[in-house]
Design a protein around this ligand. Sequence first.
Ligand code: SF4
Length: 471
Amino acid sequence: MPAMKKKLCLVTFGCQMNVHDSQRMEDLMRDAGYEVVPEVEGADVVILNTCSVREKGEQKLRSEAGKLKKADTVLVVAGCVAQQEGEALLKSMPFIDVVVGPDNLQELPALVREAELGGPSTVRTVFDVDAPHFLTNSVAPGAAGASAYVTVMKGCDERCSFCVVPYTRGPERYRPADDIVAEVRALVEGGTREVVLLGQTVNSFLDPTVALPADRDPDESQFPELLRRIAAEAPGLDRLRYTSPHPRHLTASLVRAHADLAVLSTHVHMPVQSGSDRVLKRMIRRYTRAEYVRRVTALRAARPELTLSTDIIVGFPGETRDDFDLTLSLVRELQFVSLYGFKYSVRPHTPALKLDDDVPEGEKQSRLLALFEVSEAQTRAHLATLVGARVELLIEGPSRPGAATWSGRTRANEIVHVAGGEGVGPGAVVVAEVARANKHSLEGRVESVRIPAATRVQPTFRRIALPVVTA
Ligand code: SF4
């Protein structure tokens, strides 16, 4: 009788980088002989892939880890809190078996084996600055997901004063363009329809194999060339997206790429953080409101059907009511179709620690509610314009676990729920008529199936949604 496989459960907090890291941890542990299960209960190994961008992520870690304190389980803490806290985590939670940072994930199977054999708790949080390693998708023929993340770069050289990412993810390191293109091609050959290029400041990409002119414009990067190469060398790809870009690198050449490349999604998430120059300066964002507006206006002119979303922080140290009103006016002026809004919270190891967190909690909350009121009205108005339209959807999965309807996305990133039917399932590309607008999504009727669904591997890790987008 074959030996029973040990069971592994991954719980993921935070951003797309963490989702990608979790998918790669799943691959590594499957290759090491583990069965990946969706529930913590009954798992032999639990990995909490953590986020430290907001305070809430750390609170979630403590509450999830606390529940596993007495369980006979190997407990691994990975991700940004692991990198940020290192040994300190073992002091506050000595029942943790392994603490592993984002650059040490390849060592995960060996670290877990040592813990299973009764070894002492281990901490591995060393940046791979000299020889960066990038985890890639493992693509079995016909088993690729409908949509896949492909890493372009990691780390961040910006120093936005509110952000802990440069501390937890280290300096910027880039992947050779040849490797990125080869991975995209392999995914497309395996059946992937959409690729999302990933990086903390994805559009700062510079090919490490290409020498750069000494006098180059620091805002320019080789990201536009990378997009053009992917479009040319992976012609079977249906959709190409990227996250998270920094407004500084939204240059004329990137705008031209959007004008020229039909494969690029017609939605861009471009974090702005504030509409006040005074606050942007204190945040060390390195652009002004006018520069941001000029850049996204050029992008819209290049691709008029493009929709925009953004991130906003309210209650940053020193933000006055007038500063906040400037943020509201920017949200209205640029007609973002959605946004992630956050109350500022003090993060360790960030430059903003030197500033007085002087906006009272009640005022932060009321600014956040005012922001949401404006953005939700804009979301509703935008979705209402789509009722009656014909849209092309990439079906991603069931609308929710066990649901009879499927959820897909348009090229402009709107979510549309449709009933099932022949050929409709994960990976299918269908044309649907939008019948109704909900608060944040649409409902539609499938009119035709352009590409039928294939059998695909669905992710089995649990995700705790903490909408976090950086850059
Ligand atoms: S907000 Fe983005 S660009 Fe700024 S430091 Fe954090 S990761 Fe880097």
